[in-house]
Design a protein around this ligand. Structure first.
Ligand code: A3P
Length: 286
Protein backbone atom coordinates (compact mmCIF):
# COMPACT_ATOMS: atom_id res chain seq x y z
CA UNK A 1 0.00 0.00 0.00
CA UNK A 2 1.23 3.50 -0.84
CA UNK A 3 2.55 5.44 2.11
CA UNK A 4 1.51 8.71 0.47
CA UNK A 5 -1.92 10.26 0.69
CA UNK A 6 -3.15 13.66 -0.38
CA UNK A 7 -4.72 15.38 2.62
CA UNK A 8 -6.78 18.54 2.93
CA UNK A 9 -5.87 20.62 5.97
CA UNK A 10 -8.44 23.19 7.10
CA UNK A 11 -7.38 26.37 8.89
CA UNK A 12 -9.48 28.06 11.57
CA UNK A 13 -11.64 29.76 8.93
CA UNK A 14 -12.27 26.55 6.97
CA UNK A 15 -9.84 27.40 4.15
CA UNK A 16 -8.07 24.33 2.81
CA UNK A 17 -4.40 23.65 2.07
CA UNK A 18 -3.63 20.53 0.08
CA UNK A 19 -0.60 18.58 1.24
CA UNK A 20 0.62 15.00 1.28
CA UNK A 21 1.05 12.66 4.23
CA UNK A 22 4.01 10.36 3.67
CA UNK A 23 4.24 7.75 6.42
CA UNK A 24 1.96 10.16 8.28
CA UNK A 25 4.44 13.04 7.95
CA UNK A 26 3.12 16.20 6.24
CA UNK A 27 4.95 17.18 3.04
CA UNK A 28 4.20 19.52 0.15
CA UNK A 29 2.73 18.05 -3.01
CA UNK A 30 5.87 17.92 -5.11
CA UNK A 31 5.80 17.50 -8.85
CA UNK A 32 7.98 14.40 -8.46
CA UNK A 33 6.93 11.14 -6.85
CA UNK A 34 9.92 11.10 -4.53
CA UNK A 35 8.97 9.94 -1.07
CA UNK A 36 10.52 9.33 2.31
CA UNK A 37 11.31 5.69 1.41
CA UNK A 38 13.37 6.98 -1.56
CA UNK A 39 15.22 9.45 0.64
CA UNK A 40 16.03 6.75 3.18
CA UNK A 41 17.80 4.71 0.50
CA UNK A 42 19.92 7.53 -1.01
CA UNK A 43 23.62 6.62 -1.21
CA UNK A 44 25.48 9.06 0.98
CA UNK A 45 29.11 9.84 0.17
CA UNK A 46 31.68 10.37 2.93
CA UNK A 47 32.23 13.96 1.85
CA UNK A 48 28.60 14.96 1.29
CA UNK A 49 27.56 18.12 3.10
CA UNK A 50 23.96 18.29 4.22
CA UNK A 51 22.03 21.48 4.92
CA UNK A 52 19.14 20.81 7.29
CA UNK A 53 16.52 23.43 8.02
CA UNK A 54 12.90 23.91 8.85
CA UNK A 55 11.41 25.58 5.74
CA UNK A 56 11.83 29.35 5.44
CA UNK A 57 14.87 29.57 7.68
CA UNK A 58 17.27 30.76 5.01
CA UNK A 59 18.11 27.52 3.21
CA UNK A 60 18.58 29.06 -0.24
CA UNK A 61 20.80 31.76 1.16
CA UNK A 62 23.07 29.45 3.14
CA UNK A 63 23.23 26.95 0.28
CA UNK A 64 24.56 29.64 -2.05
CA UNK A 65 27.00 30.99 0.51
CA UNK A 66 28.31 27.49 1.29
CA UNK A 67 28.53 26.58 -2.38
CA UNK A 68 30.66 29.61 -3.22
CA UNK A 69 32.86 29.23 -0.15
CA UNK A 70 33.40 25.56 -0.87
CA UNK A 71 34.22 25.98 -4.55
CA UNK A 72 36.16 29.22 -4.10
CA UNK A 73 34.21 30.60 -7.07
CA UNK A 74 31.63 33.33 -7.40
CA UNK A 75 28.74 31.90 -9.38
CA UNK A 76 26.09 33.67 -11.40
CA UNK A 77 23.96 30.71 -12.46
CA UNK A 78 20.47 29.82 -11.33
CA UNK A 79 21.45 26.71 -9.37
CA UNK A 80 19.82 26.65 -5.94
CA UNK A 81 19.41 24.29 -3.04
CA UNK A 82 16.69 22.63 -5.12
CA UNK A 83 19.52 20.95 -7.07
CA UNK A 84 19.85 18.21 -4.47
CA UNK A 85 16.74 18.77 -2.38
CA UNK A 86 16.41 15.22 -1.19
CA UNK A 87 12.67 14.87 -0.66
CA UNK A 88 11.85 16.44 -4.00
CA UNK A 89 14.55 15.46 -6.44
CA UNK A 90 14.94 11.77 -7.30
CA UNK A 91 18.45 10.54 -6.43
CA UNK A 92 19.41 10.16 -10.09
CA UNK A 93 18.99 13.94 -10.40
CA UNK A 94 22.03 14.58 -8.20
CA UNK A 95 23.90 11.24 -8.30
CA UNK A 96 26.09 12.65 -11.06
CA UNK A 97 27.21 15.77 -9.20
CA UNK A 98 30.92 15.92 -8.46
CA UNK A 99 32.04 15.60 -4.86
CA UNK A 100 31.72 17.24 -2.48
CA UNK A 101 28.00 17.63 -3.02
CA UNK A 102 25.78 19.91 -0.98
CA UNK A 103 22.49 18.17 -0.24
CA UNK A 104 19.53 19.81 1.44
CA UNK A 105 16.47 18.62 3.30
CA UNK A 106 13.74 19.77 5.68
CA UNK A 107 13.12 16.23 6.90
CA UNK A 108 13.75 14.85 10.37
CA UNK A 109 16.79 12.69 11.03
CA UNK A 110 14.66 9.53 11.14
CA UNK A 111 13.65 10.18 7.51
CA UNK A 112 17.22 10.61 6.28
CA UNK A 113 19.59 7.80 5.22
CA UNK A 114 21.29 6.00 8.14
CA UNK A 115 24.66 6.84 6.57
CA UNK A 116 24.27 10.50 7.55
CA UNK A 117 25.03 9.28 11.06
CA UNK A 118 27.14 6.24 10.17
CA UNK A 119 29.47 8.19 7.90
CA UNK A 120 29.34 11.28 10.13
CA UNK A 121 28.99 13.63 7.22
CA UNK A 122 29.12 17.39 7.77
CA UNK A 123 25.72 18.84 8.61
CA UNK A 124 24.86 22.53 8.54
CA UNK A 125 21.74 23.50 10.45
CA UNK A 126 20.19 26.93 9.93
CA UNK A 127 17.81 28.24 12.59
CA UNK A 128 15.68 31.38 12.42
CA UNK A 129 13.39 33.05 14.92
CA UNK A 130 10.08 31.20 14.68
CA UNK A 131 7.87 34.29 14.36
CA UNK A 132 9.61 35.38 11.16
CA UNK A 133 9.52 31.74 10.00
CA UNK A 134 5.74 31.65 10.59
CA UNK A 135 5.24 34.78 8.47
CA UNK A 136 7.56 33.61 5.71
CA UNK A 137 5.88 30.18 5.69
CA UNK A 138 2.43 31.79 5.39
CA UNK A 139 3.45 33.81 2.34
CA UNK A 140 5.18 30.81 0.84
CA UNK A 141 2.24 28.48 1.44
CA UNK A 142 -0.12 30.91 -0.22
CA UNK A 143 2.12 31.08 -3.26
CA UNK A 144 2.29 27.30 -3.80
CA UNK A 145 -0.05 26.51 -6.70
CA UNK A 146 -0.55 22.88 -5.72
CA UNK A 147 -1.42 23.74 -2.08
CA UNK A 148 -4.15 26.08 -3.35
CA UNK A 149 -4.36 27.81 0.04
CA UNK A 150 -6.19 31.10 0.24
CA UNK A 151 -6.58 31.43 4.00
CA UNK A 152 -6.15 34.56 6.07
CA UNK A 153 -3.29 35.10 8.47
CA UNK A 154 -5.65 35.20 11.46
CA UNK A 155 -6.93 31.72 10.64
CA UNK A 156 -3.56 30.26 9.74
CA UNK A 157 -1.43 30.87 12.81
CA UNK A 158 -2.92 28.32 15.23
CA UNK A 159 -2.94 25.31 12.85
CA UNK A 160 0.51 26.36 11.66
CA UNK A 161 1.86 26.37 15.22
CA UNK A 162 0.33 22.94 15.74
CA UNK A 163 2.19 21.60 12.72
CA UNK A 164 -0.82 20.87 10.53
CA UNK A 165 0.81 22.13 7.33
CA UNK A 166 3.78 20.66 5.49
CA UNK A 167 6.78 19.60 7.56
CA UNK A 168 4.81 19.70 10.79
CA UNK A 169 5.64 21.79 13.80
CA UNK A 170 8.66 24.07 13.93
CA UNK A 171 9.14 23.19 17.60
CA UNK A 172 9.11 19.44 16.91
CA UNK A 173 11.72 19.97 14.21
CA UNK A 174 13.98 22.13 16.36
CA UNK A 175 13.77 19.84 19.40
CA UNK A 176 14.37 16.78 17.25
CA UNK A 177 17.62 18.21 15.89
CA UNK A 178 18.72 19.34 19.34
CA UNK A 179 18.31 15.75 20.49
CA UNK A 180 20.18 14.40 17.46
CA UNK A 181 23.10 16.69 18.32
CA UNK A 182 23.01 15.64 21.96
CA UNK A 183 22.84 11.92 21.16
CA UNK A 184 25.56 12.11 18.48
CA UNK A 185 28.26 14.37 19.86
CA UNK A 186 30.74 13.21 17.21
CA UNK A 187 28.49 14.14 14.28
CA UNK A 188 30.07 17.29 12.80
CA UNK A 189 27.27 19.87 12.97
CA UNK A 190 27.55 23.59 12.38
CA UNK A 191 24.54 25.49 13.73
CA UNK A 192 23.95 28.87 12.12
CA UNK A 193 21.33 31.47 12.94
CA UNK A 194 19.71 33.47 10.15
CA UNK A 195 19.82 36.62 12.29
CA UNK A 196 23.55 36.20 12.97
CA UNK A 197 24.23 36.04 9.24
CA UNK A 198 22.16 39.18 8.73
CA UNK A 199 24.08 40.84 11.55
CA UNK A 200 27.59 39.95 10.41
CA UNK A 201 27.85 37.81 7.30
CA UNK A 202 31.67 37.98 7.17
CA UNK A 203 31.96 36.54 10.68
CA UNK A 204 29.50 33.74 9.95
CA UNK A 205 31.20 32.96 6.63
CA UNK A 206 34.50 32.54 8.46
CA UNK A 207 32.78 29.97 10.67
CA UNK A 208 31.47 28.18 7.59
CA UNK A 209 34.95 28.16 6.00
CA UNK A 210 36.47 26.69 9.12
CA UNK A 211 33.77 24.03 9.27
CA UNK A 212 34.21 23.12 5.61
CA UNK A 213 37.98 23.13 5.94
CA UNK A 214 38.63 25.83 3.32
CA UNK A 215 40.65 29.04 3.50
CA UNK A 216 39.31 32.10 1.69
CA UNK A 217 40.58 35.67 1.67
CA UNK A 218 38.54 38.55 3.07
CA UNK A 219 38.41 39.93 -0.45
CA UNK A 220 36.74 36.76 -1.66
CA UNK A 221 34.36 36.68 1.31
CA UNK A 222 33.35 40.21 0.54
CA UNK A 223 32.56 39.21 -3.05
CA UNK A 224 30.42 36.34 -1.75
CA UNK A 225 28.55 38.84 0.43
CA UNK A 226 27.78 41.00 -2.58
CA UNK A 227 26.72 38.04 -4.67
CA UNK A 228 24.36 36.63 -2.04
CA UNK A 229 22.29 39.67 -1.13
CA UNK A 230 18.61 38.98 -1.54
CA UNK A 231 18.47 41.43 -4.43
CA UNK A 232 21.26 39.66 -6.23
CA UNK A 233 19.80 36.20 -5.59
CA UNK A 234 16.34 37.34 -6.66
CA UNK A 235 17.81 38.29 -10.02
CA UNK A 236 20.08 35.29 -10.49
CA UNK A 237 17.90 32.50 -9.16
CA UNK A 238 14.84 32.82 -11.35
CA UNK A 239 12.75 29.71 -11.08
CA UNK A 240 10.50 28.35 -13.78
CA UNK A 241 7.73 28.44 -11.17
CA UNK A 242 8.58 32.00 -10.21
CA UNK A 243 5.24 32.67 -8.55
CA UNK A 244 6.58 30.63 -5.62
CA UNK A 245 7.77 33.13 -3.03
CA UNK A 246 11.28 32.23 -1.97
CA UNK A 247 13.07 35.59 -2.15
CA UNK A 248 10.55 37.77 -0.35
CA UNK A 249 11.75 40.38 2.17
CA UNK A 250 14.79 38.70 3.65
CA UNK A 251 14.87 40.66 6.90
CA UNK A 252 14.55 40.26 10.64
CA UNK A 253 11.40 41.37 12.47
CA UNK A 254 8.74 41.36 9.73
CA UNK A 255 6.61 39.37 12.22
CA UNK A 256 5.80 42.66 13.94
CA UNK A 257 3.83 43.67 10.85
CA UNK A 258 1.71 40.52 11.10
CA UNK A 259 1.23 39.35 14.70
CA UNK A 260 -1.53 41.12 16.61
CA UNK A 261 -0.96 41.75 20.32
CA UNK A 262 -3.33 38.89 21.14
CA UNK A 263 -1.62 36.51 18.69
CA UNK A 264 1.75 37.43 20.12
CA UNK A 265 0.65 36.71 23.68
CA UNK A 266 -0.95 33.44 22.62
CA UNK A 267 2.21 32.44 20.75
CA UNK A 268 4.58 33.36 23.58
CA UNK A 269 2.58 31.36 26.07
CA UNK A 270 2.42 28.22 23.93
CA UNK A 271 6.04 28.61 22.84
CA UNK A 272 7.16 28.89 26.44
CA UNK A 273 5.24 25.77 27.44
CA UNK A 274 7.08 23.65 24.92
CA UNK A 275 10.48 25.32 24.83
CA UNK A 276 11.06 26.02 28.52
CA UNK A 277 13.72 23.30 28.82
CA UNK A 278 15.52 24.37 25.67
CA UNK A 279 18.58 26.60 25.97
CA UNK A 280 17.99 27.93 22.44
CA UNK A 281 17.60 31.70 22.25
CA UNK A 282 16.49 33.60 19.16
CA UNK A 283 16.86 37.19 18.06
CA UNK A 284 13.49 38.69 17.08
CA UNK A 285 14.90 42.06 16.07
CA UNK A 286 18.35 43.34 15.19
P1 A3P B 1 11.12 36.00 4.07
O1 A3P B 1 9.92 35.32 3.53
O2 A3P B 1 10.97 36.38 5.52
O3 A3P B 1 11.57 37.14 3.26
P2 A3P B 1 14.23 29.27 2.61
O4 A3P B 1 15.35 29.49 1.67
O5 A3P B 1 14.59 28.36 3.76
O6 A3P B 1 13.00 28.85 1.91
O7 A3P B 1 13.94 30.66 3.33
C1 A3P B 1 13.30 31.71 2.66
C2 A3P B 1 13.47 32.96 3.48
O8 A3P B 1 14.83 33.39 3.41
C3 A3P B 1 12.61 34.10 2.96
O9 A3P B 1 12.31 34.93 4.07
C4 A3P B 1 13.59 34.75 2.00
O10 A3P B 1 13.26 36.06 1.62
C5 A3P B 1 14.86 34.67 2.81
N1 A3P B 1 16.05 34.80 1.95
C6 A3P B 1 16.28 34.17 0.77
N2 A3P B 1 17.45 34.57 0.24
C7 A3P B 1 17.96 35.48 1.09
C8 A3P B 1 19.14 36.26 1.09
N3 A3P B 1 20.01 36.21 0.08
N4 A3P B 1 19.36 37.09 2.14
C9 A3P B 1 18.48 37.15 3.16
N5 A3P B 1 17.34 36.43 3.22
C10 A3P B 1 17.08 35.61 2.20
Amino acid sequence: MSQRQVVEVADDGGDIAKIVHDHGFPLPIFSSETCIDDVRSVKIRDDDILICTYPKSGTHWVFEIARELLSGKITDDNVTKMQAFMEMVPEKGYAGLPSPRILSSHLLMKHLPDDVLNKKIKVIIVLRNPKDVAVSFYNFLKSLPYANYKGEWKNYLRPYFQGKFMYGSWIDYILDWEKVKQDNPDLPVLTLFYEDIKEDQMREMRRICEFLGVERTDEFLSKVCDNTTIASMRTLKKRADSEIKVFRKGGVGDWKNWFTVAQNEWWDQHYQERMEDSPLQFKYTL
